[in-house]
Design a protein around this ligand. Structure first.
Ligand code: C2E
Ligand code: MG
Ligand code: MG
Length: 676
């Protein structure tokens, strides 16, 4: 008994009925039950019911087995739950009758916890999504987990005992690893991105953390590396980067990337004393394809153009798309003659037909070019000047290329000057209108007047509208200018009406921006009402360009204007897309054949054929035709022969100031208010 009393294990004896005969000191310590209180009691009297019944069941089992039986029991004690490994065995008297059950319990709580911890760790180790590798202090691999196997492609057996450098990709130099180990030894850990190699040779990026594990004396036992494969993350990073620098539709570099490359090219060319060309390529009739065939066709066309453009340049050159139908090209280490050759190649290649939705579509391009260092030394200037040159190419009939020139440089500064002066010009009464009669060539009578804007600048003299109207359109000033023109014309008609002067219908040029403004038809209506006029006395001239922008909206505007009773005219016909089919769709009343066709109508068979065809079709569609810029009797005769009766031109009259209009239409005295 003394031995039992001093044992580290808990010992007790119970009689077959379950009453305690003996408990040792350890039992008393652990359960906090003094032995004199325990003796003679059953488990039910000492412990909660659940555990008491378990004890009893286990006692009976040991008696039944008549042998030593092991149990694991979890018991609540004043110091919390403990786990015991209990051995029970029956004690027999001399007759072999069981007179007691002896229980010896060892507290295995700590061991159990350690075991559980280990099991848990193993679970984490095995199921971790991150690859884990544990090496010994020499860096030889001791164990790896499943994720390691999945990521690297090596089985556990293939790497155990090997150096962890089996995974090295060769992408990092010795210095990189030296620094890494330097940090591990100084700080105990390292973390970073590293390129490693899978068994199949594939190189991949991983995010790796290495910890050194030390024993209680500070001696390194192991290194534990935990890593995750970040190729997916990297991939999406790359994609974001790609999207930020490329045009999604065509896959070409975008503006940002282009500007970067241009900067580099400028720096390089500055050192090498070579030339760089910036080329703006604008598709002349892209809008028409896009609006008439739909955006899918437009997208397809842009992709086809991309393909052809890329074939026209050298491998090292950059083709970019800034958006819309504008491509920008960067030619490095080049010469003007090389640039010309490239531009010609582009013009030729891009004018070959495209097949879109089984239809053949023809495109042309206008190209503007400027050179470093001649035309600018920074990206902004170069891009701006290439743009100016491109507009020059458009102005000179599209489908051609233009270099930036000194003349254009002067023009750009002139444009800036116009923009700042135009607003004041209106307020200071420098703008005024002249009127050009439209003549019925059969009777010689004026059947209409076109109002044309003039700007008399105090220093620069008369500035033609072709110079300042584009600037007004670019700057948005055309809104106020256009409104001023409309109001002035209505006021003029009202004034003439009030003095009994019978002026014919007056045509007003409307810019595309005006037409796109909300409530344009309502504005016209208000003006007519303000001066007490009929809609019949006004005609509006639009360009094809205006009609092709924002087709649905414009169609609604036009329909409304038409319903209000206005005479609608298509200006400069023949210079743009020139489709008679949409004349009907927009229910226009009149087309004006552009001067460029009238020019050659008497002498050039080609011009004559086109003009005749236009006139014949317009007549068939019951659309009036007005010929613009008639200067000679031969032109007049040719027009009449083709069936065009109404014309406008210097042959009949120059645009006239108000006073002269009044003389022209019956010598009415000039009213001071009529002209500004
Ligand atoms: P447009 O509407 O096509 O006007 C006809 C132009 O041809 C006028 O030039 C006119 O003076 C000119 N012209 C007329 N007969 C002859 C001729 O026999 N020979 C030659 N060589 N030219 C002739 P202008 O007045 O310089 O106007 C040029 C353009 O400016 C106009 O072309 C029109 O697009 C625009 N414009 C003029 N006034 C306004 C306006 O008030 N608002 C808007 N938005 N644009 C205007
Ligand atoms: Mg006009
Ligand atoms: Mg015109």
């Amino acid at each position: 008994m003394a031995i039992m009393d001093n044992s580290h294990a808990l010992s007790s004896l119970k009689d077959p009925a379950g009453r305690y005969i003996f408990v040792n000191r350890r039992f008393v310590d652990i359960f906090g039950v003094p032995s004199d209180m325990a003796l003679g009691k059953t488990d039910r009297q000492l412990f909660p019911r659940g555990i008491a019944d378990e004890f009893r069941r286990n006692d009976l089992e040991a008696m039944k087995a008549n042998d030593a039986v092991e149990f694991e029991e979890c018991v609540g004690t004043p110091n919390g739950d403990r786990i015991f490994l209990s051995v029970r065995f029956p004690l027999h008297d001399a007759d072999g009758i069981v007179y007691a059950v002896c229980t010896q319990s060892t507290d295995i709580t700590a061991r159990k916890e350690a075991e559980n911890q280990l099991r848990l760790t193993a679970r984490v180790f095995d199921h971790s999504g991150e690859g884990i590798v544990i090496t010994n202090r020499q860096g030889l691999i001791m164990t790896v987990n499943k994720a390691f196997v999945d990521v690297t492609g090596y089985t556990e057996r293939e790497v155990i005992g090997k150096k962890s450098s089996v995974l090295s990709s060769g992408k990092h130099g010795a210095e990189y690893y030296a620094e890494m180990w330097q940090q591990i030894s100084s700080k105990g850990w390292w973390q970073g991105e590293i390129w490693n190699k899978r068994k199949n040779g594939e190189i991949y990026p991983e995010w790796l953390t290495i910890n050194s594990v030390k024993d209680t004396h500070g001696e390194i036992l192991h290194y534990v590396g935990i890593f995750s494969d970040i190729s997916v993350v990297k991939e999406s990073q790359k994609r974001i980067e790609y999207l930020a620098t490329h045009d999604e539709l065509t896959g070409l570099p975008n503006r940002a990337l282009y500007v970067d490359r241009l900067k580099l090219a400028i720096a390089k060319a500055g050192r090498a004393k070579s030339q760089v060309a910036v080329m703006f390529v604008d598709v002349d009739n892209f809008k028409i394809v896009n609006d008439s065939m739909g955006h899918d066709a437009g997208d397809l066309l842009l992709r086809q153009l991309t393909g052809r453009l890329s074939e026209c340049v050298r491998a090292g050159d950059t083709v970019a798309r800034f958006g819309g139908d504008e491509f920008t090209i960067l030619l490095e280490n080049t010469t003007p003659s090389e640039v010309s050759a490239t531009a010609e190649r582009i013009i030729n290649q891009l004018s070959l037909p495209h097949v879109l939705e089984d239809r053949k579509v023809y495109t042309t391009v206008s190209i503007g070019v400027c050179l470093f260092p001649e035309d600018g030394s920074d990206t902004q200037t170069l891009l701006k000047n290439a743009d100016v040159a491109m507009y020059r190419a458009k102005d000179s009939g599209k489908n051609n290329f233009q270099f930036f020139t000194e003349e254009l440089k002067a023009l750009t500064s002139e444009r800036m000057f116009y923009a700042s002066d135009l607003r004041q010009a209106m307020e200071r009464g420098q703008l005024y209108l002249v009127y050009q009669p439209q003549i019925d060539m059969q009777t010689g009578r004026a059947v209409g007047l076109e109002a044309l804007l003039r700007w008399c600048h105090p220093e620069r003299g008369l500035i033609p509208p072709n110079r300042f109207i584009p600037v007004a359109e670019e700057t948005g000033l055309i809104d106020v200018v256009g409104e001023w023109v409309l109001e002035s014309v209505c006021q003029q008609i009202g004034a003439w009406k009030s003095v009994g002067l019978e002026a014919p219908r007056i045509s007003v040029n409307i810019s595309s921006r005006q037409l796109r403004k909300a409530q344009f038809p309502e504005k016209i209506e208000r003006l007519l009402a303000k001066f007490g006029l009929d809609a019949q006395c006004l005609a509006l001239e639009f360009t094809e360009h205006a009609l092709l922008e924002n087709v649905d909206y414009v169609l609604a505007m036009i329909t409304q204007l038409k319903a209000q009773g206005l005479h609608l005219s298509l200006d400069d016909f023949g210079t743009g897309y020139s489709s008679l089919s949409y004349l009907k769709r927009y229910s226009l009343d009149e087309i004006k054949i552009d001067r460029s066709f009238v020019d050659g109508i008497a002498s050039e068979a080609h011009d004559r054929a086109i003009a005749s065809a236009i006139i014949a079709m317009a007549n068939a569609l019951d659309i009036c035709v007005v010929a613009e810029g008639v200067e000679t009797d031969e032109q007049k005769a040719a027009l009449l022969a083709s069936g065009c009766t109404v014309a406008q031109g210097y042959l009949f009259s120059h645009p006239l100031p108000v006073g002269e209009v009044e003389v022209y239409f019956g010598g009415a005295p000039r009213k001071p208010k009529a002209s500004r």
